[in-house]
Design a protein around this ligand. Structure first.
Ligand SMILES: O=C(O)CCC(=O)C(=O)O
Ligand SMILES: [Fe+2]
Length: 190
């Protein structure tokens, strides 16, 4: 892919570790279904989310002010593994819970000002394999990656500047999937 820097590690977590991590996160994270305002109407987003991180890592996401919950040990362990693999530091994670094929995430880039330019984002997938689609902002060129159980996708360099990504909904009866996107938030001057 031009204008992108993507690394996919299919076997980032051994299957047994990924299985137990999925169960732990499912049972222990503070999952909530947030709403966003679209043309003045409150619309529930089609997935559950939870935002964890260091105190200073508050963040605006689709117009929502997200304040992080302090790390759990399970999240810290995955964070450290992601930091080693990507040679980067993270201070927050957005956890996404796709309950079935009717859950998904629309086209977006992770280009919020809090992330700075050329952010490194480490994205761990657990459970049901789901597709991630990429679309180049200028050429419209498209790519699809399948994100499997226990995999890691690192997005870096100019990826967010040139490409949008999405997790499309599916009419198939899909099982649940949890995704963790580790980020580095530049603390707000206040
Ligand atoms: O679920 C995924 O793999 C993608 C999540 C994502 O793009 C995000 O949290 O910004
Ligand atoms: Fe994203």
């Amino acid at each position: 892919m031009a204008d992108a820097e993507l690394t996919y590690v299919a076997d980032f977590l051994p299957a047994s570790e990924a299985d137990s991590l999925l169960a732990v996160l499912q049972g222990t994270l503070a999952w909530r279904q947030d709403s966003i305002r679209i043309y003045g109407r409150e619309v529930k987003i089609p997935r559950l989310q939870a935002w964890y991180g260091d105190m200073e890592a508050s963040y605006k996401y689709s117009g929502l002010d997200m304040h992080p919950i302090p790390w759990t040990q399970a999240l810290l362990d995955v964070k450290h593994a992601c930091e080693q693999q990507s040679n980067s530091k993270f201070n927050a994670v957005l956890a996404n819970y796709y309950r079935n094929g009717a859950d998904g995430m629309g086209w977006h880039s992770d280009d919020e000002p809090e992330l700075g330019s050329n952010p490194v984002i480490a994205s761990v997938s657990l459970g049901q394999s789901r597709n991630m689609d990429f679309r180049h902002r200028q050429s419209g060129e498209k790519y699809r990656i399948e994100l499997g159980h226990g995999s890691l996708l690192i997005m870096a360099g100019p990826t967010q500047q040139y490409w949008q990504h999405a997790v499309p909904k599916s009419r198939k009866a899909l099982n649940e999937r949890i995704n963790l996107t580790f980020r580095h938030i530049i603390p707000r001057a206040s």
